[in-house]
Design a protein around this ligand. Structure first.
Ligand code: RIB
Length: 309
C-alpha cells in the first residue's frame, strides 16, 4: 500500500526544507544547439538565477508554500539569496563559502530546447556538520526535498529519515551518486522519462511506474512526460495529466516548476489530480518565458490560466 505521503502535512502544517543547489545561469540563445566539432556565434547572452534547488524553492514559495532553502553560495552569489527572499523563500540556512557559486552554461535553441553544462562550485562544499546544524531546525513529519546537484546526498537522506522527515527526491541530473543513496527511504520520486529509464531500465511510462512500484513499494512517483503530460502512480492508482499546450520559448526549469507547484498544492490539501493540473499549468507558463527561476510563475498567474480552462 502506498505511504500516505503529505497527508501528514495537512494534519500538522509541516515545513518543507529544500536542501539544494544555487547556480548562476549563463544562458546563450542560438539558432540551434552546437554540434560536436561545430563553432557558432550566439545571438544573446543573459544571466539568470538558477540551480534545480533554487528553482524548486522559488516555485514552492510563489505557489504559496512555507519553504526553507539550505545550500551554499560564494561571495558572487548574494543575488541568489535576494531573489529567494523576494519570492518568499526562508533563507536563514543559506551559507556563504570560500568557493565561487555554482554555475550553468545553458544553450537555448530557437525551438526553446536546451542543453546544460554544470560547474558545481560551492554546491559541492556541504559538510556533515552543516547538514546536522540545519536539520536541527526540523522534526518528524517535515518534508526534505532533494535534487542531485549537491554533495552528501546519501547523508542527507539517511539523516533526514532518522529525524522522521519524509524524503521527496528529484534525482536530477541522474548520475552514479544516486546509486550510492538508499532510495528505499524515499517517499516521493519526482522524475522525468529519462530519469525513469535510468532508474528502472524501462522506456514506456507505464512500465517505468510498474518497475518503480516493484523496486520501491510504498513510495509515490510523479513522472513528467514533457509534451505528453504527466502521470502519478502509487501502487494502487494512476492519475494522468494532459499536457497544457504553449509555444515553447525556453524549457529551462519547467520540471522544477512542476515539482514546486505539485508539492505546494498537495500541502495545501488539494487532491493529487488538482495538484498535477496546477503543476502542469505552472510548468507551461514557465516554458513560455526565458530563464530559469525568472520564468517561474506566481500563483495568481497560474490561477488565471486555470479559470480560463
Ligand atoms: O533545471 C534547470 C536548472 O538546471 C538550471 O537553472 C541550471 O542551473 C541547472 O541546474
Amino acid at each position: 500500500m502506498a505511504f500516505p505521503f503529505l497527508c501528514v502535512l495537512q494534519k500538522f502544517y509541516a515545513s518543507i526544507l529544500n536542501f539544494g543547489s544555487l547556480n548562476i545561469d549563463y544562458t546563450y540563445s542560438l539558432e540551434h544547439i552546437v554540434q560536436p566539432g561545430e563553432t557558432i556565434t550566439f545571438r544573446s547572452l543573459e544571466v539568470f538565477p538558477g540551480g534545480k534547488g533554487l528553482n524548486q524553492s522559488i516555485a514552492l514559495a510563489r505557489a504559496g508554500a512555507n519553504v526553507y532553502h539550505a545550500g551554499l553560495i560564494g561571495s558572487d552569489g548574494e543575488f541568489l539569496r535576494d531573489i529567494c527572499r523576494e519570492s518568499g523563500v526562508k533563507t536563514e540556512y543559506i551559507r556563504e563559502t570560500e568557493k565561487r557559486t555554482g554555475n550553468a552554461i545553458i544553450q537555448v535553441s530557437e525551438e526553446g530546447q536546451n542543453c546544460i553544462i554544470l560547474y558545481p562550485g560551492a554546491n559541492r562544499e556541504q559538510t556533515e556538520a552543516y547538514i546536522d546544524e540545519v536539520l536541527k531546525g526540523f522534526s518528524a513529519g517535515d518534508i526534505l526535498l532533494l535534487q542531485n546537484e549537491i554533495n552528501l546526498l546519501h547523508y542527507l537522506i539517511s539523516e533526514g529519515v532518522k529525524k522522521g522527515m519524509k524524503i521527496a527526491l528529484n534525482p536530477s541530473p541522474f548520475d552514479e551518486k544516486i546509486t550510492t543513496c538508499d532510495l528505499s527511504k524515499v517517499s516521493l520520486f519526482l522524475i522525468n522519462e529519462v530519469e525513469g529509464e535510468q532508474i528502472t531500465g524501462e522506456k514506456d511510462p507505464e512500465q517505468i511506474l510498474q518497475k518503480m512500484e516493484m523496486l520501491y513499494p510504498g513510495a509515490e512517483t510523479v513522472l513528467t512526460l514533457g509534451d505528453k503530460g504527466a502521470v502519478y502512480g502509487n501502487g494502487t492508482e494512476r492519475i494522468r495529466q494532459e499536457p497544457v499546450r504553449v509555444k515553447a520559448v525556453d524549457t529551462t526549469a519547467a520540471g522544477d516548476t512542476f515539482t514546486g507547484y505539485y508539492l505546494a498544492s498537495v500541502m495545501e490539501g488539494k487532491t493529487k489530480a488538482q495538484a498535477m493540473k496546477e503543476a502542469a499549468c505552472a510548468a507551461a507558463l514557465a516554458v513560455s518565458k526565458k530563464g530559469a527561476s525568472s520564468s517561474v510563475p506566481w500563483r495568481r498567474d497560474v490561477e488565471r490560466i486555470l479559470i480560463q480552462g
